[in-house]
Design a protein around this ligand. Structure first.
Ligand code: GTP
Length: 611
């Protein structure tokens, strides 16, 4: 390798920013971009690293990106910095871990008023797994409630990081930015790697551009890439020819090559993001690397739900919407599904609830399709009791075989870390126990805060766990979880009957000990959600042949319009309009009109906190 290349490589720093949500990651990233001159102040009006509208509205970062910055350090040298953004939600943990794998270091941002939170720790563990140098930054020191010294001590005690020269910063007021960059240069190592070795480049993200095809975000670990080179994706074994290479500054600019340590994008006439899996290694087809980079795994959806068009004529439009979204989202899965109650639709798989909500919203907003979605379900493993002992993956409660045929059913469990001020420990424990959680550990951070570890079935977390946690702790609890595997549970299928007919889209899998309680609450909730019909409608919950709960919706007495007779006509029209509006989200199930909310009722039941 030439000495100028070595020089260049020694002046590269690749880093991420990790933080608990709202501790100031995006604001700090913007400041860094501004300080290094990558953005003018006018451009600063948009938070560049948070791109999509939805993201901005929800205030979270979903799609990761990488920016190349030039920084003239105090030592007089010019450095190339690659700042790699990470998504801020537990649904996207694998993507976070791969973007961290593209770095040598990470800025750990901690809010000076709040201190360490659950995702601070989760992110630190991911950074440590990837052997990153962690540079602590205490942010928001401008806040009157900031306690930087206490938070520094907390970081020392809990994480074991030396905080003697942690930067005290305010991303909002632009304090400490230069010091942060100086520490990036001094503390984070330059990339090591061999420019003459066969190509190994890590894919840490990709997205679909309608004009250019898939744009792959990559970090070169060994070797180099040039336009015209034939590349191979080592996991998917697909081959492509590089058409263009570039980096984001943050505007995309073309480059002639991507060398060891470089972070940038590759365009190679790739049509589907499924060919460019996050975590996969790009190598040269002609001279492939002996092995892929470590850490690749295929991410599997954790949560499934049914999506049905309200108007059955929109089925094709829904399929096209899913096809388009899938181009850009390798973790979205779907397959056609038919429901007796809802007709033709799709069973869709997501990384988590947030991922699911984002896709639902995009289908409705960008594709203008009215959807009926069924309650989300986790994937159960059902083991048959016949001679085969075979296992069936159940991603839809209706598919659970009859009880008599089952040896056992297993469900996914997570290890949940909940951080909470002392005063709320009691209520958090109660929620966890109510959610079938198994207590594992409790650690005191300081006199005020506690970290609780529970093992909880994922299905219980899907059902409004986080909302309950937030509301019973005045918003102070923070929460993170990781999947730890499958365990056998006493699970049964509960069916819901409307007017005597079982509605498949309302079936759910519940723990046997909770079935009666859930069944009763669910039929009560359904009674309040389903409008009166022209006739009386019984709502029943059943396990097998046995009815465990019943409510009745009494028949409608008079036409709503009757009220308006003699009244003014515009009011009447408004009422008709309103009824039409309301109708949009109704589905005719047998002879009963059922609103969208009914299919989600199981998520909204306020279960009294009793065991
Ligand atoms: N007072 C004060 N507020 C700050 C500072 N840095 C960020 N904030 C505010 O804190 C809130 C969260 O900041 P973001 O930068 O969006 O936080 P984030 O960590 O990127 O959040 P996610 O993108 O949701 O992960 C915003 O309202 C910011 O204006 C700071 O130094 N001081």
């Amino acid at each position: 390798m030439s000495s100028s290349n070595i020089d260049k490589q020694s002046r590269i720093r690749n880093f991420s920013i990790i933080a608990h949500i709202d501790h100031g990651k995006s604001t700090l990233a913007d400041r860094i971009l501004e300080f290094t001159g990558a953005l003018s102040s006018r451009e600063m009006q948009d938070q560049v690293l948070d791109k999509m509208d939805l993201e901005r509205e929800r205030g979270i970062t979903i799609k990761l990106q990488a920016v190349r910055l030039n920084y003239k350090a105090k030592d007089g040298n010019e450095y190339t910095l690659h700042l790699i953004d990470t998504p801020g939600h537990v649904d996207f943990t694998y993507e976070v871990s791969r973007s961290l794998a593209a770095c040598e270091g990470a800025l750990l941002i901690i809010d000076a008023a709040q201190g360490i939170e659950a995702q601070t720790l989760a992110n630190v563990y991911l950074a440590l797994e990837n052997e990153l140098e962690i540079v602590p930054v205490i942010n928001k020191i401008d806040l009157p409630s900031a306690e930087p010294e206490r938070v520094k001590q907390e970081v020392e005690d809990v994480i074991g990081l030396d905080t003697s020269d942690a930067v005290l910063a305010s991303a909002k007021e632009g304090i400490g930015i230069e010091e942060i960059l100086e520490q990036v240069i001094q503390k984070i190592p330059a990339p090591t790697g061999d420019a003459d070795a066969p190509l190994q480049a890590l894919i840490f993200d990709s997205h679909f551009d309608p004009y250019r095809g898939v744009i792959v975000y990559t970090r070169v670990v060994n070797g180099k890439m040039k336009p015209g080179m034939k590349i191979r994706m080592m996991a998917t074994e697909k081959e492509f020819e590089i058409i263009e290479l570039g980096t984001f500054t943050p505007k995309p600019i073309k480059v002639d090559e991507l060398n060891v340590g470089d972070v940038g994008f590759v365009i190679a006439s790739i049509r589907n993001v499924k060919d460019t899996r996050v975590g996969d290694t790009i190598t040269e087809a002609k001279r492939p690397a002996a092995a892929a980079l470590p850490g690749y795994r295929k991410v599997n959806p954790m949560v499934f739900c049914g999506m049905y068009p309200v108007e059955s004529s929109e089925y094709d439009a829904l399929r096209e919407a899913l096809e388009k979204l899938e181009l850009n989202d390798a973790s979205l899965q779907y397959e056609p599904e038919t429901s007796t109650a809802l007709g033709f639709g799709f069973r869709c798989g997501f990384l988590g609830l947030l991922h699911m909500e984002i896709i639902q919203e995009r289908i409705e907003r960008e594709f203008d399709i009215n959807l009926i979605t069924t309650a989300p379900s986790v994937v159960y493993h059902a083991y048959m009791n016949d001679s085969t002992q075979s296992m069936i993956r159940i991603d839809n409660p209706t598919k659970l075989p009859l009880q008599e045929k089952l040896d056992r059913v297993e469900e996914p469990y997570v290890k949940a870390t909940i951080m909470v001020p002392n005063d709320y420990v009691g209520s958090v424990m109660e929620i966890c126990q109510n959610k079938r959680g198994e207590y594992k550990d409790m650690k005191y951070f300081d006199v005020r805060r506690v970290s609780l570890i529970y093992e909880i079935p994922l299905s219980e977390i899907v059902y409004d766990f986080f909302d309950q946690l937030k509301s019973s702790t005045k918003g102070y609890a923070s929460f993170d979880y990781e999947l730890i595997g499958y365990r056998a549970s006493k699970l049964v299928k509960m069916d819901i009957l409307l007017n005597g007919e079982s509605v498949d889209a309302l079936s759910l899998i519940v723990h046997r000990d909770k079935a009666y309680n859930r069944g009763r609450l669910l039929v009560e909730k359904l009674r309040s959600l389903i409008p009166r019909q022209m006739f009386e409608v019984p709502i029943q919950a059943a396990i097998g042949q046995k009815i465990i709960a019943r409510e009745t919706i009494s028949a409608m007495r008079k036409n709503v319009l009757a009220k308006c007779y003699g009244g003014d006509i515009s009011r009447k029209r408004k009422l008709i309009e309103k009824q039409k509006e309301g109708k949009k989200r109704m589905k005719q199930v047998g002879s009963v009109e059922v609103p969208q909310e009914a299919f989600m009722a199981v998520l909204q039941m306020d279960e009294p906190n009793k065991k």
